[in-house]
Design a protein around this ligand. Structure first.
Ligand code: AMP
Ligand code: GLY
Length: 414
């Protein structure tokens, strides 16, 4: 098959790399670090399958446009993508489908929002209704900070129109997992689970980011937990969408917290996770292109298979991320990093300078994935590669998957 991947980040680089094992792949617009990148828009490319990476074009209806032109597309239409485009609507769908989730309210008025905050129990969560590149969520024990966020969001000063409607939730606690379900409109199959590290700093400190690293498999995400997620969350959600006339073909990304009272849904995304994709897909041993094409055609094929090993990815980010970015620095050491056994480097915020050398051009610049027989080995390889990479102000977390290594070596969970 000829497959067109839409997007320009590390997720799309990973998709292209894994799809290319069996198929011809072009990436639009891609970036200078992704082989096969072309500037022609998807609508101008003749392919057998289109795989849309980011949420923005999905929310904007690119899948609908391509389908209207008779194309086979993996990715929901604008109707289904609203799950990510509006957190308020997503919460309504969760409640309608009977999926356990945090108690919440939706607000456009500060006084009503403050009154709801007063009903919560000491951990406050304030989210933009609209898209904010993973950064529109504040989780805090300080009611003053929560109130300040409410003011900043509603005034439009923090996230423009995305924040003029906001969702406030009770804070939940527990380990988080990401389960990516491949859906054909009726049925779904889970990919191997991953865990993402959302905060910028070691020990889960500092502001939320798009994701600073990930690993797969996840010791706490047992087969029973995954079965529960698929049966009690993904299946009823697909049924609820269908009842609304929404034929959801694409990834339903379930972001869950394993709370003391059971798994609860934090959010749905309507696409592959970034950087979860950079650890989940390299582990696939079956034909990913066939799987996505079957889902796109509404006739889900055989469940994918995964290797018995593990993958860990470490995101290297620009100075200042997730706030004011320093950009345009030469990225040093990529060749040495890539020569570490078991390592793949996925390029996200990169551009090329006049001499064709890669420079930083975004917040999350690279995802450095190590694969190995165990989480420990995968982690060592990823960090051995990261040690070769450098540019002024480069930042990364040094604790990605470290707790999982401790858990597995102590035999706590598996
Ligand atoms: P979201 O974009 O909704 O997934 O939120 C981003 C991150 O904020 C999540 O991955 C969690 O770490 C955190 N978060 C979101 N909702 C809650 C909640 N109700 N309780 C605690 N943490 C949350
Ligand atoms: N890694 C979180 C996300 O893709 O939204």
């Amino acid at each position: 098959m000829k497959i067109c991947v839409v997007g320009s980040g590390g997720r799309e680089h990973a998709l292209a790399t894994v799809l290319r094992r069996q198929h011809d792949v072009v990436v639009t617009p891609g970036n200078p670090g992704i082989p096969g990148s072309v500037s022609t828009p998807a609508t101008g490319i003749d392919a057998d399958l289109y795989v849309i990476g980011p949420e923005a074009p999905l929310v904007a209806g690119l899948a609908d446009e391509l389908r209207a032109a008779g194309r086979l597309v993996f990715g929901p239409g604008a109707d289904g993508a609203r799950l990510e485009g509006s957190k308020a609507w997503m919460k309504d769908v969760l409640v309608e489908a009977g999926v356990p989730t945090a108690r919440h309210g939706t607000f456009t008025d500060a006084d009503a929002a403050f009154a709801f905050l007063d009903t919560l129990d000491g951990l406050y969560v304030v989210k933009t209704d609209g898209l904010a590149a993973g950064k529109g969520v504040v989780v805090t024990t300080s009611i003053d900070e929560a109130r300040e966020s409410v003011r900043d969001y509603l005034s439009g000063s923090a996230f423009g129109d995305a924040g003029r409607t906001l969702v406030i939730e009770e804070g939940l606690t527990g380990p988080e997992i990401s389960v990516l379900a491949i859906c054909d409109g009726q049925r779904a199959v889970a990919l191997a689970p991953a865990q993402d590290f959302k905060r910028i700093g070691n020990g889960d400190t500092g502001p939320n980011t798009g994701g600073m690293g990930a690993y797969s498999p996840v010791p706490v995400a047992t087969d029973d937990v995954i079965a529960m997620v698929m049966n009690d969350a993904v299946a009823p959600t697909l049924a609820t969408l269908r009842a609304k006339g929404i034929d959801y073909r694409g990834v339903l990304y379930a972001g869950l917290m394993l709370t003391p009272t059971g798994p609860k849904m934090l959010e749905y995304n309507v696409r592959f996770g970034d950087p979860e994709t950079q650890v989940v897909l390299p582990r696939v041993t079956s034909d990913l292109g066939e799987l996505l094409a079957s889902a796109a055609a509404g006739d889900l094929g055989a469940a994918p298979t995964f290797d018995d090993g593990a993958a860990v990815t470490v995101v290297c980010a620009s100075e200042g991320y997730p706030r004011d970015l320093r950009l345009g620095d030469r990225i040093e050491g990529l060749d040495a990093a890539e020569s570490v056994p078991g390592v793949s480097i996925f390029c996200a915020g990169v551009d090329a300078d006049a001499r064709g050398e890669l420079i930083t051009s975004g917040g999350r610049v690279l995802a450095v994935t190590g694969q190995g027989a165990t989480i420990s080995e995968a982690r060592e390889r990823a960090y051995a590669a990261v040690a070769h990479i450098n540019w002024p102000g480069m930042q990364y977390r040094s604790d990605i998957a470290s707790a999982a290594v401790t858990q597995t070596t102590q035999g706590e969970v598996r």
